[in-house]
Design a protein around this ligand. Structure first.
Ligand SMILES: *Cc1c(COP(=O)(O)O)cnc(C)c1O
Length: 359
């Protein structure tokens, strides 16, 4: 089976092998070495000199951790959302008592940095801005560099869902002054779901010291204190740490610029390939994502049928649309352990499956 969904993504043999290891104590010397090694390598991939914490949870846990660590109930927050995951981030903040101002953009369109600027100039009481770097539900990459220059000018906390971007698409955390950046292991990191990696800036730590939202499992202070002795406060997903140690080596050996360039090449191939098959892209090429390609169904194609044919006749898993895009688009995931040949296989399968999926 070829897994071409935007997470979980396929694992390279090095990750699978690492996970087959016997357990070790999570409060021993060997685990401490592994956690220390992972953390240093994560700082390289995040391009930060700040702290990176490894928490055991799916990506959404990391989003919740970010919210409860830097905000207090009643804090005003600006959410810039252009899809399912942007909306989820806003929902979490709201659930914990933040007053969320929702700046929404049409699905398939990017977040407009000028609109963020206007929102921050008219509403000066806003403390933090929530944004999704790469909106996986629509296949759009937002211009985080521009957005970050706005939040920097207004001196706001910038909290970024980078779950389907960082490690696959350029995101220099320090250069773009992002305060909290959240990742998820099953996306571009080439290991199974279960770890969330979160960077915390100095400004975020200052906010964290004041923040009053309830937190226990997610407490960044506890995570940081334990990290100083090579531990996590709670039992971590030890096997995933073995795997992450191995895939971080793969990423750093290939080199970040080469990893980003490979994702760009593979994405361009996917976009050009589906267009050559007579299909149209849900997001314009100018802001289309390099990790997931969203494709419109033409009127005559049934998406559930297409997805089913690709699975049963070609052993390829692609994803459908989420929420209001269900039945309207399908998505090809191309992040992490993915090369040109993988996309070629998807395009060949699509060429055969499309005529059969017409209604
Ligand atoms: C996958 C994804 C999530 C959700 O992560 P889970 O690991 O399913 O909790 C959140 N945001 C984005 C942008 C994603 O791609």
């Amino acid at each position: 089976m070829q897994l071409r969904i935007p997470g979980p993504t396929p694992c390279p043999p090095q990750a699978l092998e690492a996970m087959g290891r016997q357990m070790i104590p999570h409060r021993g010397k060997e685990f401490a070495q592994i956690l220390t090694s992972i953390t240093a390598k994560l700082q390289q991939v995040f391009q930060t000199k700040g702290d990176v914490l490894v928490l055991t949870a799916s990506g959404t846990g990391g989003l919740e951790a970010a919210i409860v660590n830097v905000l207090s109930p009643g804090d005003r927050v600006l959410s810039a959302s252009n899809g399912v995951f942007g909306d989820r981030f806003a929902d979490i903040a709201e659930q914990y008592g933040a007053l969320v101002k929702r700046l929404t953009f049409e699905w398939g369109q990017p977040v407009d940095p000028d609109a963020v600027k206007r929102a921050l100039s008219t509403d000066t009481g806003i403390k933090a801005v929530l944004v999704t770097h790469n909106e996986t539900s629509t296949g759009v990459t937002n211009d985080l560099e521009q957005i970050s220059s706005v939040t920097r000018d207004f001196d706001k906390l910038l909290i970024v869902d980078a779950i389907s971007s960082l490690s696959s698409i350029e995101l220099p955390v320090d250069a773009w002054q992002c305060d909290v950046v959240i990742c998820g292991s099953q996306k571009g990191w080439m290991i199974p779901p279960g770890l969330t990696m979160v960077s915390v800036s100095q400004k975020a730590w200052q906010a964290q010291a004041q923040a009053k939202m309830p937190r226990f499992y997610w407490d960044f202070t506890k995570a940081w204190e334990y990290l100083q002795r090579g531990q996590t406060p709670w039992t971590p997903a030890v096997s995933l740490c073995f795997a992450l140690d191995a895939t971080l080596d793969l990423i750093l050996e290939e080199g970040l610029p080469a990893v980003f360039a490979r994702h760009a090449r593979v994405a361009q191939m996917a976009r050009e390939g589906v267009e050559a098959l007579g299909l149209s892209l849900f997001a314009k090429a100018s802001h289309a994502s390099n990790t997931v390609t969203a494709v419109n169904a033409s009127d005559r194609i049934s998406i559930p049928r297409l997805v089913q044919i690709l699975k049963s006749e070609h052993a390829i898993d692609v994803a459908g649309g989420q929420k209001k895009l269900s039945g309207k688009i399908f998505r090809i995931g191309h992040l992490g352990f993915v090369y040109e040949d993988d996309i070629r296989a998807v395009l060949e399968a699509l060429a055969q499956a499309l005529p059969k999926a017409r209604s």
